[in-house]
Design a protein around this ligand. Structure first.
Ligand code: SF4
Ligand SMILES: [Zn+2]
Ligand SMILES: [Zn+2]
Length: 297
């Protein structure tokens, strides 16, 4: 296959775009998709202070790399989850990456704080992923609030969000369906949250990382085995193979035509409180994270 732009040998073929690209023109395509997402969903501009949530995986490192390259003011924020070797390896990748590119980062270490995920899952009656999600959200909100960031950016890609949409649709979770937009506006203490990789698939992000020498942790988190998100991703991959473009169509048309029907009006929104223990905004008097921590003590 030849590159759609220059006719040289293509290094990657994108069926959903019916096109192949050489390295130079794939990079150009990739950056254009990120720029389109930032513009279309009015995510941020050059005056914003952006906190990029980093896991050591390809998506978050590619996002950080690109936003920095595009000239945005970024700081990485990494939560070391305390999940054995997986967490040690991911920390190494984050450190090596930020040193190589001279980037600022903030690291929160759950083991040093006395509540690694492996301990929390023994004491709290929820799945490791549910505990992990609540914990990461807590620290993202706390660090963004305490350091006056304007924006919290995450590396979720099209596969992640289409799978999440499928899961929320299969179970008809109106609360979650109302929060599927790639740009969720700020809510006093809680900062605006954005997903600039939303127009790119997992495969495209992986190819970008490979072609640009971005070294990430390739191992999956051991807790992801059997996670329902993987089942939804596999189902969507089957559909995508038969009907290229399905994931993008499914997600983007939902955001364009349906999502607003699930969003709560200002008047319908639940009252927010300041958690009496951690001081971070929550729907509850004591937030879910602090309730979990009480079980550890
Ligand atoms: S797979 Fe689950 S436990 Fe592992 S990082 Fe993801 S959410 Fe956390
Ligand atoms: Zn080319
Ligand atoms: Zn709290």
């Amino acid at each position: 296959m030849k590159c759609r732009k220059c006719g040289e040998r293509a290094l990657i073929s994108l069926r959903r775009h019916n096109a192949g690209f050489c390295k130079e023109h794939f990079n150009e395509f990739f950056v254009r998709q990120v720029e389109k997402a930032i513009k279309k969903y009015e995510m941020f501009d050059y005056s914003d202070k952006i906190m990029v949530c980093i896991s050591g995986g390809k998506d978050s490192l590619v996002l950080w790399y690109l936003l920095h390259k595009m000239g945005f003011d970024t700081t990485g924020m990494y939560v070391n989850l305390g999940i054995g070797e997986y967490s040690e390896k991911s920390l190494e990748k984050v450190k090596a990456f930020s040193e190589k590119h001279g980037l600022k980062s903030i690291i929160v270490n759950l083991t040093q704080l006395g509540h690694p995920i492996t301990l929390m899952e023994k004491r709290v009656k929820r799945t490791a992923c549910a505990i992990c999600g609540t914990t990461k959200r807590h620290y993202f909100n706390k660090v963004a609030h305490e350091n006056n960031f304007d924006i919290v950016a995450t590396g979720h890609n099209l596969d992640d969000e289409a799978a999440r949409l499928l899961g929320n649709t299969m179970r008809w979770y109106p609360e979650y369906l109302g929060k599927m937009s790639p740009a969720l506006s700020a809510d006093s203490q809680i900062k605006k949250k954005v997903k600039p990789l939303i127009r790119l698939t997992e495969l495209e992000v992986g190819a970008y990382a490979f072609m640009n020498g971005i070294y990430y942790i390739a191992d999956e988190c051991p807790k992801s085995v059997g996670a329902t998100s993987m089942i939804y991703k596999n189902a969507l991959n089957t559909l995508e193979t038969e009907m290229p473009g399905t994931k993008h169509y499914f997600y983007s048309e939902f955001v364009k035509n349906v999502a607003h029907k699930f969003e709560r009006e200002e008047t319908e929104k639940k009252e927010m409180h300041i958690c009496s223990i951690c001081g971070i905004e929550s729907f509850l008097e004591v937030c879910t994270f602090c309730k979990m921590l009480e079980k550890i003590k």
